[in-house]
Design a protein around this ligand. Structure first.
Ligand code: G1P
Length: 291
């Protein structure tokens, strides 16, 4: 039987320059969508897919992420002393189990491939997931769960979305050898191609599963697009060694690395909430936009 996917890597070392000044002192992964930080959604999604071990590749100024995934003893005690048991409980019930969360630091910003390579000693000899917290999904079946359900022992799998027009140049793009619907066979990937060079209109959207064989390539520390060590290049190599697939994800993705994508996500997630939907809907209607 194929090994299950039990470990996930969260690259959270990025500087978040697109969100300055808020990210001057706050990690971009701690920006809230409604009332939970971006990274919280990625961890929840991983857990829903059966992930048991959470590996964060952090960087300078990211300690708020570690604090978020730890007990806040004073706050919990204060809430309990005020009889707010449920509120206290809600601060900690989603914490990773003791010893099941690890932090390592990417000491230099050398690229996404390098960030994942920094986690290599935590992975060992089993397939693992990578989740980029910038991409947030609103889906009946969480994105990574859709992938884990379809993975079945391949060398790798990426979440894919059709992107039209010149925007394709912002993504890793799939070179598809066989397109059978939801799951496509992939023979290579290209990082941020010019639109005219894109091998397809299917782009990688921030969720990956791969075997540790990927480290054979990343060990070489070769640079690619933008002079960075690219995960996409490592996966393109992996696709020549092992069976590799892309899966079209059912649901809506928000690119929270972009300010408008981030704001859209806030609106969409707030509209899901019973305590906010009516108020927000009447406000949006009152704006009379596009009526
Ligand atoms: C990264 C990856 C890219 C992928 C994208 C998805 O790019 O390098 O291949 O398509 O995430 O969000 P970034 O957005 O960090 O530039």
């Amino acid at each position: 039987m194929a090994a299950s996917v039990r470990k996930a890597v969260f690259p959270v070392g990025g500087l978040g320059t697109r969100f300055l000044p808020v990210t001057k002192a706050l990690p971009k992964e701690m920006l809230p969508i409604v009332d939970k930080p971006l990274i919280h959604y990625a961890v929840e999604e991983a857990r829903a897919a059966g992930i048991e071990e959470f590996i964060f590749v952090t960087g300078k100024g990211k300690s708020a992420i570690e604090d978020h995934f730890d007990h806040s003893s004073e706050l919990e005690a204060l809430l309990r002393s005020r009889g707010k048991e449920e509120a206290a409980e809600s601060l900690s019930r989603w914490l990773p189990a003791p010893g099941k969360v690890a932090y390592t630091r990417q000491q230099e910003p050398l690229g996404l491939g390098h960030a994942v390579w920094c986690a290599r000693h935590f992975i060992g000899d089993e397939p693992f997931a990578v989740l980029l917290p910038d991409d947030v999904f609103l889906a009946a079946v969480p994105c990574l769960k859709q992938m884990v359900d379809a993975y079945s022992g391949r060398g790798g799998m990426v979440a894919a979305e059709t992107i039209t027009g010149a925007d394709i140049s912002n993504y890793g793009v799939l070179d598809v050898s066989d397109d059978n619907g939801a799951v496509v066979s992939v023979r290579g990937l290209v990082e941020k191609p010019k639109p005219e060079d894109a091998p397809s209109n299917l782009a990688v959207v921030g969720r990956y599963i791969m075997t540790p064989k990927v480290f054979d390539y990343l060990d070489r520390q070769e640079t690619g697009a933008g002079g960075e060590i690219q995960l996409t290049d490592a996966l393109s190599w992996l696709a020549t060694e092992e069976e590799f697939a892309g899966i079209r994800i059912e649901g809506e993705r928000f690119d929270c690395g972009k300010r408008t994508g981030y704001l859209r996500a806030n609106i969409a997630f707030a509209l899901q909430r019973d305590d906010m939907r009516d108020d927000l809907t009447s406000y949006i209607r009152s704006l009379g936009i596009g009526a």
